[in-house]
Every structure is written in C-alpha cells, then in structure tokens.
Design a protein around this ligand. Structure first.
Ligand SMILES: Cc1ncc(COP(=O)(O)O)c(C=O)c1O
Length: 413
C-alpha cells in the first residue's frame, strides 16, 4: 500500500497525541485519516445539524456570544437541572483546572491509569497526588472499598473517580458510586468525572449528578465535547450543590463560552431523539468492534463501556511501532498508551468506530503482525499456542480471517 508521506517523528513529541490538524497538515489534503485516537461520537451531530451550523457560521463567528450565565441557564433547562447547580466552561479540562485551583488545597487521590490531567494538573500546582494503581490482572477494575481504605491510609483530602474510566473503559454501578460518596462525606471534595458515562449502556440512569447536588462535598463532571462528538467547540459542565457550583461559576470569565457552544446548546433540545439514536449505534459498534478485535490472535481486548476499547498487544508487537506503521501505511491514527501513568506501550486505546473503519484498522494490524510470520501462514501467537485461537468460540480459522481482511482490498481514501 502506498505510504501516506507522513513524518512519523511528529508522533514522538510531547506527552499528548499529535492533534488531528497536525497530522492532516503533515499528510496533505488528499489523505483522509481514520481517527481511532480521539474518542468522538461518530453519529452526532447528524449531517442535518452540521448543515444548520454551516448556514449560521457567519453570524456565529461575527457576533459575541451571550454571557456564560445565559448559556448555562439554557443548558440547565435542557437537562432539567436546577440552574444554580450547574457551572459551564470550555471543556471539562477547564473545570478540572478550576477545581484544582479553588477546591484542592493539599492532596488528591486518583486511580491510575486515567485521564492525564487528573494527575498532571494538581502536580503542576504543587499538590500531593496519591495514585492508586489499578491492576491489569483485575482488568483495571476499581474496587471502591479498597480505594476508600487507600484514601484513609494516605489521608487524602480530595478523591477523584472517573466513571467510565479512560483508558480501560470500566464502569462502576450507580449505587456503588453513591455508597462511595457517602463513605467520604468528610473529605474536602469528591469528584466523579462522568465525561464518558453517556456511552455506557448497563443502566438506564447511570449518572450520580442528581445525588451530587444534594451532598455537601461532591462534584460531577461532564464533557459535552465527548457526548456530542464536538471536541473542537470545547464545552463541558459540572453539577454540584449551589455553593460549590457558584464558587466555580464566579471564577469563570464572563464571556468564557463561545458562540458555537451557544448555538449548539440552543439547538440541542430539538435533537434529543438523534442523540439517543447515536448512543444506541455506538453501543452496537462497540460490541461489533470488540468482537472483531478478539479475532486477532494474541490480542487481549478489555470489556468497555466507553466509546473506546483498551487492547493489549501480543508480546512481540510494539505499540509505538504499530501506531507509526498504521498511520504511515494505512492512514489510521491510533493511541498507544506508553505516555500514560500506570500503562505501557503494550497497550492501545482504540476509539469505537463504524465497521468499515474497523476493517481498515484490523487490516493494518494484521499487516503489521505479518512481519513475525516467517514462512508460515500462521501468526506467532497461533504458533505458540494453537488452542488459543482454535478454541475461541467467536472464531473460524486463520485462513478465513486473512481472506476477510485482505490488506489490498482497502485503499487509503
Ligand atoms: C476522563 C476525562 N475527563 C475529562 C476529559 C476532558 O474532556 P474535555 O474535552 O471536555 O476537556 C477527558 C479527555 O479525554 C477525559 O478522558
């Protein structure tokens, strides 16, 4: 397959993944990247909603937005939340920054691996960060009772939980999170980061937002960029009791939110059916993608309730080399987790995408894996342990798989 012409050196810089814009500038306009790195909702907004946004773009860009209080009040009414319990900002990352500045005084506990800002932000401002390591042997599942014991042992004053957690995709049932908040009612603050919770499908009402607003020390975070598949707008909100919400709200600059965010917030109530449908399609794609990934011999696929799936690569594969290979040869952009605390480059977080894109990803991964095949038709993990593949009830056989994912069938678009 023809190379994409990208200088993969750009992928090796910095603690964060290269942005989509960096990548597309480097590859040229003609190459369409399939992005398995940034966890977007691929089904929302709908094309009709994008048309509406495009029609209004001139006005959106030319005029000042309303002040943040007006936009936040509208969001609260759409979500049927009490306006005094909501504060809205430029993405949940901005709220994490304000929570750190205003509400974390000396120490914070956080399970790792997780979203990097939860460790980096308080470290940058000189706080003690008590990291609670999640274990691979437990599938990175968080045991909340053990975590409470850890928080007591360390004397942490603030506790954070991400539900769903990034990058492992684990989900904690609502009743367990409520019990957790109650066990820590004496702390300065308990934060439940629900930036990915809308993508979970195990309970009809998974959020503890309504429970947080009636507690003295709890905050729930949400990312509208993630939910609505609009990361570029930068909007998120928190829910907390009126005293906490006002403390954060007052710290935020008056014209903090932009006109594009305002436009979407005012559009959204007319499109809740499409939003619900997008979540249903995403759950379907997640099941299908996990099933397809499990067909790659030697790959461990962790169950996920997010819009991404964590995988562990076969021993002889390298996450860095695979990421570079996929982007250079298949225009497929992935996230290796070597720069995440508590992870290694053996792990990749792959965003849930529609099946055509998954075909292209798996084609690329199998192509990459072929370098260890030698003269045999079998991948190395199959040679090591023939039963591991044959006994997998989900599967046929290797020949069928290579036919299905013929690398030459899918060209770079
Ligand atoms: C758990 C978690 N919280 C918050 C964020 C930040 O989201 P936003 O784009 O709204 O700033 C991320 C981003 O990946 C995340 O993984």
């Amino acid at each position: 397959m023809a190379g994409t012409g990208i200088d993969t050196g750009m992928l090796h810089k910095g603690a964060h993944s290269a942005s989509y814009f960096d990548l597309s500038r480097s590859m040229g306009e003609d190459v369409e990247i399939v992005d398995f790195c940034i966890p977007c909702n691929p089904y929302f907004p709908t094309p009709e909603m994008f048309d509406e946004l495009s029609r209004d773009l001139q006005k959106i860009l030319k005029y000042y937005p309303s002040d943040s209080a007006t936009i936040t009040a509208k969001l609260a009414s759409v979500l049927q939340l009490h306006p005094q319990t909501v504060a809205m900002a430029n993405g949940s990352t901005e709220l994490i920054t304000w929570i750190d500045h205003l509400l974390i005084k000396e120490s914070v506990a956080i399970p790792i691996p997780t979203f990097g800002r939860w460790t980096d932000q308080p470290l940058e401002t000189g706080k003690r960060v008590d990291m609670f390591p999640l274990q691979e042997r437990d599938g990175f599942r968080l045991d909340l009772e053990e975590y409470v014991r850890f928080i007591r042992d360390r004397g942490s004053r603030v506790a954070v939980v991400c539900n769903v957690n990034n990058p492992d995709g684990n989900y904690l049932p609502r009743r367990d999170v409520i019990r957790f908040m109650d066990a820590l009612v004496d702390l300065d603050l308990v934060v439940i980061d629900e930036s990915f919770i809308d993508f979970s499908d195990t309970e009809p009402y998974p959020s503890v937002g309504p429970d947080a607003v009636i507690r003295p020390n709890a905050v729930v975070l949400k990312s509208l960029g993630k939910n609505f598949g609009l990361h570029g707008i930068r909007f998120g909100y928190l829910m907390a009791n009126p005293a906490i919400a006002a403390r954060i709200g007052k710290a935020l600059p008056k014209w903090n939110l932009n006109s594009l965010a305002e436009k979407v917030v005012f559009m959204i109530s007319a499109h809740d059916t499409e939003y619900e449908e997008s979540l249903r399609l995403l759950s379907r794609d997640r099941r299908m993608m996990a099933h397809e990934l499990r067909r790659i011999p030697g790959l461990t696929v962790f169950p996920s309730q997010g819009n991404f799936i964590l995988v562990k690569l076969p021993n002889e594969w390298s996450g860095v080399a695979l990421r570079d290979y996929l982007v250079a040869n298949h225009a497929v952009y992935t996230r290796e987790c070597g720069n995440k605390l508590g992870m290694t480059s053996q792990f990749m977080r792959l965003v849930v995408r529609p099946s055509n894109d998954v075909d292209r990803l798996i084609t690329g991964m199998l192509d990459y894996g072929r370098q260890w095949q030698g003269d045999s038709d079998l991948p190395p993990s199959f040679q090591d342990d023939p039963r591991s593949f044959r006994d997998d009830p989900l599967d046929g056989n290797w020949t069928g798989l290579t036919e299905q994912y013929n690398p030459h069938r899918v060209a770079v678009r």
